[in-house]
Write a protein that binds this ligand. Structure first.
Ligand code: ADP
Ligand code: MG
Length: 224
């Protein structure tokens, strides 16, 4: 379970201080699927980055499984991030010099696991996403939808409890959007992973039983 309490976050630049989150609170239970909507610039990515421990907040508290992240040092934050979270972004961010199998297994290569076991896991992932025959291909040979499927495979190969997806279908056509959403829903329902999905497409957001709307740095409404 993750809980935010009164989260404040501003960006400080040379010229100004821009308050983005202004006392935002939410609770998301393990296994939930939640969509987050809000205008461009409303702080959705900022919120996901805080949830995924990619960025820090200024005030308030963030509890993961009942424990505040405030006291953690950089190493402890990185450990919690790698163990707990999987990330999917708008662009797949695959590594162009690596073939698909190497891209998918990348997060596991930082773990103390035998090479053969890692590659087997990678193949299972690619098979599951209908990309096994593509394992020796490079990202630039794939369609946008295929790339995003590889990115999702890479995000879940560590079996994270929580998937954070920031506009994962933002660059996809409607057919690829449907297939990526089917995969994400299946990861939520089949694997029991929590799925937190930022999107500005209402049809995509509605795949989740709960929709949170952000405005002016706080949650302005919730539907479920
Ligand atoms: P969203 O994802 O909802 O479009 P963001 O969280 O990316 O919004 O950004 C919220 C606001 O904070 C925007 O006005 C954006 O320009 C600003 N912002 C985001 N990241 C930074 C940063 N690293 N430095 C300064 N301003 C930022
Ligand atoms: Mg964003």
């Amino acid at each position: 379970m993750i809980e935010l309490h009164g989260i404040h976050k501003s960006y400080v630049t040379k010229y100004e201080t821009l308050p983005v989150l202004k006392g935002l609170g939410m609770t998301i239970k393990q296994g939930e699927m939640v969509s987050i909507m809000g205008a461009s610039g409303s702080g959705k990515s900022t919120l996901l980055n805080i949830l995924g421990l990619l960025d820090r907040f200024d005030d308030g508290d963030y509890l993961v499984d009942g424990k505040s992240v405030k006291g953690l040092n950089d190493d402890e934050r990185a450990m919690l991030r790698n163990r707990k979270f999987g990330f999917v972004f708008q662009s797949a961010n695959l590594i162009p010099q690596m073939d698909l199998l190497d891209n998918v297994i990348l997060p596991l290569t930082y773990r103390n696991m035998p090479e053969r076991e890692i590659r087997e896991k990678g193949m299972v992932m690619l098979e599951r996403f209908g990309l096994a025959n593509w394992r020796r291909h490079y990202p630039n040979e794939l369609s946008g939808g295929q790339k995003q499927r590889v990115a999702i495979a890479r995000a879940i190969i560590t079996e994270p409890e929580i998937i954070l997806a920031d506009e994962p279908t933002g660059q996809l056509d409607s057919k690829s959007t449907a297939s990526v959403m089917d995969i994400l829903s299946e990861i939520n329902q089949g694997m029991g992973a929590t799925l937190i999905l930022v999107t500005h497409e209402l049809a995509v957001a509605r795949r989740a039983p709960r929709i949170i709307h952000i405005k002016d740095g706080i949650i302005c409404s919730e539907e479920s």
